[in-house]
Design a protein around this ligand. Structure first.
Ligand code: NAD
Ligand code: DAU
Length: 351
């Protein structure tokens, strides 16, 4: 019987990971710790909330006293840490939240794990979920390897890079058994509609302008969220402590090409004439410090642990659009209230 703490389980990737672990490992007790910020939504987990091996704890990882008490009481065997402020644009307008949650929050968890496990680290594990953005940006060629030097450009990626460094430092200094994975852009159901794909699906549906940053030439490597959850499962159960793995979709898209593909699918599914929504494309001021290209070399994960993405992009993309169109209530719930203030602040004078 293992007791596993998953942080940020009410968010996008966290909810897919919690679902996978609760359903697949019925002999584990899964504790989902989440502050329920604007990005955390328990509706994402309504299908597993009544399972006897699932437990929800509302709390803030920045609160060291609370975290220490929780660890002392529950004595988790392992931590999979996803809780974070995750949106680059928000980090540009409010970097401090990113430093508190992503850096201080991570160090609070590391301290609590170290203290709880100090007598014997055997069988214990602290798995930190991170991003490819820590590596900075690529030109037209090449891809990020685990050995690529860190070169973050946004407050978000700087905060994630800092947390990665702390995780490695706790491994090297105290012998804490840690793992890190750095993943590329995820897409799929339950992503908050501030991120490109759900935001644009929602805007196309409502015939609202599509704010394309700069010239739309930035490139991202897209991975279906369930493939990311499967990669975390594989690494969690098979990797040697102290290791780092890159996770990617081998699926690079220039933003503008991806947006045109999205328009094609949404127009088709809504029964609109082909290309009708192309006129919504609106080029706006570029994101400050906008990284040009990300691409992941996930060879290490494939050769050492046998993981590869399973979901083909065409299939995953169709499923994703269908999910947002079918889950109108979910979208309406998360885009009411403070979302409108956010949208106005972020895009009001750009569109
Ligand atoms: P998300 O924003 O959808 O979810 C983050 C979750 O963390 C939310 O449920 C939120 O309530 C919770 N949270 C935030 N601050 C907290 C705090 N102080 N205490 C407790 N809980 C708090 O994020 P996501 O896109 O699911 O990303 C999850 C993790 O994966 C992050 O660490 C992110 O850096 C990393 N990641 C994301 C992507 C991506 O494409 N989305 C890619 C690679 C890595
Ligand atoms: O690479 C992994 C990262 O992917 C994760 O660590 C982050 O948490 C996640 O948010 C994501 O970061 P990006 O900045 O790449 O994702 P976003 O969806 O914000 O933007 C994708 C691309 O689309 C990027 O080049 C910026 C552009 N964009 C985004 C928005 C929101 C636009 O052109 N217009 C927009 O309105």
């Amino acid at each position: 019987m293992k007791k596993i703490l998953i942080t940020g389980g009410a968010g996008f990737i966290g909810s897919h990971l919690v679902r996978l672990f609760v359903n697949k490992y019925t002999d584990y007790q899964i504790y989902n710790l989440d502050k329920l910020t604007y990005a955390g939504n328990l509706e994402n987990l309504s299908d597993v909330e009544k399972k006897s091996n699932y437990h929800f704890v509302k709390g803030d990882i920045v609160d060291a006293g609370f975290i220490n008490e929780l660890f002392a009481e529950q004595r988790f065997d392992a931590v999979i840490h996803l809780a974070a402020e995750s949106h680059v644009d928000r980090s540009i307008t409010n970097p401090m939240e990113f430093i508190f949650t992503n850096v201080v929050g991570t160090v609070n968890l590391l301290n609590a794990a170290k203290e709880t496990w100090k007598d014997d680290f055997t069988g214990k594990l602290f798995y930190h979920v991170s991003t490819d953005e820590v590596y900075g940006t690529l030109g037209d060629n090449g891809s990020f390897k685990e050995t690529t030097p860190y070169s973050p450009h946004s407050p978000y990626s700087a905060s994630k890079a800092s947390s990665d460094h702390f995780v490695r430092a706790y491994h090297d200094t105290y012998g804490l058994p840690t793992l890190i994975s750095n993943c590329s852009n995820n897409y799929g159901p339950n992503q908050f509609p501030e991120k490109l794909i759900p935001l644009f699906i929602n805007n196309i549906k409502h015939k609202k302008k599509l704010p394309v940053y700069g010239k739309g030439i930035n490139v991202r490597d897209w991975l279906y969220v369930e493939d990311h959850a499967a990669a975390i499962d594989t690494i969690f159960h098979n990797a040697k402590p102290g290791q780092t793995y890159n996770i990617g979709g081998n699926n690079e898209w220039k933003n503008i090409d991806l947006i045109k593909k999205l328009i094609e699918i949404v127009d088709r599914k809504l029964g609109r004439p082909a290309g009708e929504s192309l006129e919504l494309i609106t080029y706006v001021t570029d994101r400050a410090g906008h990284d040009l290209r990300y691409a992941i070399d996930a060879t290490k994960l494939k050769t050492e642990l046998g993981w590869e993405p399973k979901v083909k992009f065409t299939e995953g993309f169709e499923t994703t659009v269908e999910w947002y169109l079918a889950n109108e209530k979910w979208l309406d719930n998360v885009t009411s209230g403070s979302y409108m203030d956010y949208y106005q602040k972020m895009y009001g004078n750009r569109l």
